[in-house]
Each structure stands twice: as structure tokens, then as C-alpha cells.
Design a protein around this ligand. Structure first.
Ligand code: TYD
Length: 139
């Protein structure tokens, strides 16, 4: 997977004077079935999250509240996305290194994931990820 496969998905929005509503259906609005949902909250100022890549996991990352930056890296190219709307999701496919920082106060980062949690799916060392990414791209 390359950095060009990482993209912002514009989710459906039902605007209503009583408050807006957005929804996500697995395999409809995103290209995977949702197996897990997790979220980051109460993130202290200056903290960084992520710092890993996944072998088989795909994700959609949404700023449910507040804002943060997501830095993506496929082993060759890098891209940064500023997330600050709860109707935009960032699709992150397999084999992409991610770092998340610049959390605003009160930010909530929700992640929809294609797999259940598995530590063996992680690359937590950048060099190991880089080697695996270049081995895959030269196949
Ligand atoms: P990690 O994925 O490293 O967090 P982040 O990418 O947001 O910085 O996970 C942090 C810890 O939480 C780690 O010990 C694994 C655990 N964890 C679970 O047990 N289940 C989960 O679904 C997730 C995402 C993490």
C-alpha cells in the first residue's frame, strides 16, 4: 500500500437544526467490515500517539471532537493530514506508519478498525517496518 491509498472519506451528513448526524457502515462507506472501535481522549498537551504500522489492519480515523495531526509514511513518501471535522474520516490501509500529535484540548480521536486487537499485527520499530515495506514493494 502506498501513501496515495490513504485518503479522506467524506462521510454522510444529515444536517438538522436539532444537531447534525453522521454515520458509517462497514463495507459501504469504508472498504472494510468494522471489527473494533477504540478512541483516544484526555490526551495531554504535547503528547504523541501512534508510532507504529500494521501488517493487516485497516483503519478509519475520525476527529470526533477537537483536532489533531496525523503523519503517514509508507516507507518512501510521507503525508500529513490535519483532522478537525467529525464528518471526515482518514482511511489508513495496511503497511502505513502513523504518528498522531498536535492534539487540541478536549480532542477525541475515534478509530474504526478492520480487525480485533492483536499485538502481532504491529510493527513498533520503524526500521523493521521500512524493511518490510520495501520488501513488499519490490515483490
Ligand atoms: P497503541 O495501539 O500503541 O496506542 P496508540 O497507537 O494510540 O498510541 O496501544 C496502546 C496500548 O493499548 C497497548 O498496550 C495496547 C493496548 N490496546 C489494546 O489492548 N486494545 C486495543 O484495541 C488498542 C488499540 C490498544
Amino acid at each position: 500500500m502506498s501513501i496515495n491509498d490513504c485518503k479522506i472519506i467524506d462521510l454522510p451528513r444529515i444536517n438538522d437544526p436539532r444537531g447534525n448526524l453522521t454515520f458509517v457502515e462497514g463495507d459501504v462507506h469504508i472498504p472494510f467490515a468494522i471489527q473494533r472501535v477504540y478512541y483516544l481522549y484526555d490526551v495531554p498537551g504535547g503528547a504523541e500517539r501512534g508510532g507504529h504500522a500494521h501488517k493487516d489492519l485497516q483503519q478509519l480515523i475520525i476527529a470526533m471532537s477537537g483536532s489533531f495531526d496525523i503523519h503517514l509514511d509508507d516507507g518512501h513518501s510521507k503525508k500529513t493530514f490535519h483532522m478537525n471535522r467529525s464528518y471526515f474520516g482518514l482511511y489508513v490501509p495496511t503497511m502505513i506508519w502513523r504518528e498522531i500529535d498536535n492534539f487540541s484540548s478536549g480532542a477525541v480521536c475515534m478509530v474504526l478498525a478492520s480487525e480485533r486487537y492483536s499485538e502481532s499485527d504491529y510493527y513498533r520499530a520503524y526500521q523493521e517496518f521500512e524493511r518490510a515495506a520495501s520488501a513488499r514493494s519490490s515483490r
